[in-house]
Write a protein that binds this ligand. Structure first.
Ligand code: PLP
Length: 471
């Protein structure tokens, strides 16, 4: 066919829209989008014909329009398999919520609820009231409030206690968490002057005492959640710092970061200080995250002295940092699970995955070895069982790892390895592992739905780039 007859054979946009094969596409994506994509596809075909290429037949054209619209429609926020070995992965959304929390959030999405309404009196109520009682019970604190995340909790607590005055912090605790949260910057934004004391590795009681003056508004202690200073070190324990703060008549704010409500050693993990212990040590306010070890939705908690919490609640920042009904509902359901510690590890996914016995992960790897090897057949990928080490992530117990197991996918070279990892990321339900020593490791600690994993993997296209894809 010469190019002029190829042009003539092309359908009009209207003809494409009236093609019986397009009806379902129209129904799904709407006339406006389908028309735009059909126009664009036809324009591209015309220029391809101009370049001497053959015209596609009508069915191929319709299929191409359909797959373009599908690609446009598919979101990057689709569920994926986190086989990175980092259980609380900040870039992958941290904690998975318990079913109870999911149900509570869904109900809150669908229906009106007494968010700021007191059902017994019929009067206006408070948003925080739903969680306050639970938080006080679980932490032993006098009062509690919550905001958008722990960064917000630190910001509003610092601003409320110390605006225009000074906060004393050890040089060993001036943390940076993931780039955007650096303690000196947060302090500056809170309007608080930072007074650094001690040295990177050693800070003593006399350092804090020597820095106290009339301008001192608070002492800040920060949990070094994503690093450890080891060797010749000294820090002032929370209990001693509380005594120093009391002596000076200023509050002690302890930013715990992950802040667990449960004693993790009970579940076979290393010990992190619990919020209850830190409150009992005498911190006047404690801040911690809702979506790290606690295993709930994103939120930041502030618990402690009633008068200080009241002052925080009066701060106009509170309104700007408040939490919406979905998260309050999900958090309420999450905190209730803590009332029954015996069933906690089974119901709370974060804890279930962290406490999952090595034998259970190894058994999963053994079950998946042959099916995965079969799916990889003919692609030049070898599959072996391997041992690996999971991490908690999100700045909890940064130097601890949890023995784990998985599959090791090896290919011919570095380029092929990148291609394999890339293809797994492009799956309808992406699979994310981590590259170590020239292989892609899939840590199976966080894999609970093996059938869905195999189904997703079976959609892997051929790995060798086809000539037109390479062009
Ligand atoms: C994680 C962390 C924060 C920030 O908490 P987000 O919930 O991520 O806002 C602040 N301080 C410490 C010590 C942390 O570990």
């Amino acid at each position: 066919m010469d190019s002029s007859s190829a042009y003539r054979a092309l359908p009009s946009v209207d003809a494409v829209l009236n093609d019986p094969g397009v009806a379902a596409i129209l129904d799904r994506h709407g006339r406006e989008r389908v028309t735009a994509v059909a126009r664009q596809a036809l324009a591209e075909v015309r220029s391809a014909i101009g370049a001497g290429e053959p015209a596609p037949d009508r069915a191929a054209l319709v299929a191409q329009i359909g797959s373009r619209l599908e690609a446009e429609h598919s979101t990057n926020l689709r569920p994926l398999f986190n086989l990175t070995g980092t259980v609380l992965h900040t870039n992958l959304g941290r904690a998975l919520l318990a079913e109870e929390a999911v149900e509570a959030a869904v109900a809150a999405m669908r229906s009106a609820l007494a968010l700021e309404f007191d059902l017994s009196s019929g009067r206006r109520g408070e948003r925080d009231s739903h969680l306050r009682g639970l938080l006080c019970e679980l932490t032993g604190a006098e009062d509690a409030t919550l905001v958008n995340n722990n960064a917000a909790a630190v910001l509003i607590a610092l601003n409320t206690l110390g605006e225009g005055r000074e906060a004393i912090v050890s040089r060993g605790e001036l943390i940076e968490i993931g780039g955007a949260f650096r303690m000196p910057d947060i302090m500056a934004r809170a309007g608080v002057r930072l007074v650094e004391v001690g040295t990177t590795n050693r800070t003593h009681p006399k350092d804090y005492r020597g820095a106290i003056r009339p301008e001192t508004a608070l002492i800040l202690k920060v949990h070094t959640s994503n690093y450890r200073i080891e060797g010749f070190t000294a820090e002032v324990a929370g209990k001693d710092l509380a005594a120093i703060a009391r002596e000076a008549g200023v509050p002690l704010l302890n930013d715990l970061g992950s802040g667990t409500l449960a004693d993790l050693s009970r579940y076979g993990l290393a010990k992190e200080p619990t919020v209850r212990e830190v409150v009992a040590e005498g911190a006047d306010l404690v801040t911690f995250s809702g979506d790290k070890l606690l295993g709930g939705p994103q939120a930041g908690f502030i618990v402690g002295r009633r008068d200080l919490i009241a002052a925080i609640n009066r701060n106009p920042m509170k309104r700007a940092l408040r939490v919406d009904k979905l998260r309050i509902a999900a958090m309420d359901a999450t905190l209730r699970l803590y009332l029954n510690p015996e069933r906690l590890a089974e119901r709370l996914p974060t804890l279930r995955l962290l406490a999952r016995p090595l034998a259970s992960v190894e058994a999963a790897a053994a079950r998946l070895l042959l099916p995965v090897a079969a799916l990889m057949k003919g692609r030049g990928v070898s599959v072996e069982l391997c041992r690996c080490a999971s991490q908690i992530g999100s700045g909890a117990l940064p130097t601890e790892t949890i023995p784990s197991a998985g599959l090791r996918l090896a290919v011919a070279g570095g380029k092929e390895l990148e291609e394999l990892a890339g293809a797994l990321r492009e799956l309808p339900r992406p699979i994310l592992g981590h590259i170590r020593e020239g292989a892609l490791i899939l840590d199976l600690r966080c894999l609970e739905d093996e059938a869905a994993f195999l189904e997703s993997l079976s959609a892997l296209p051929p790995l060798d780039p086809s000539p037109e894809a390479a062009a």
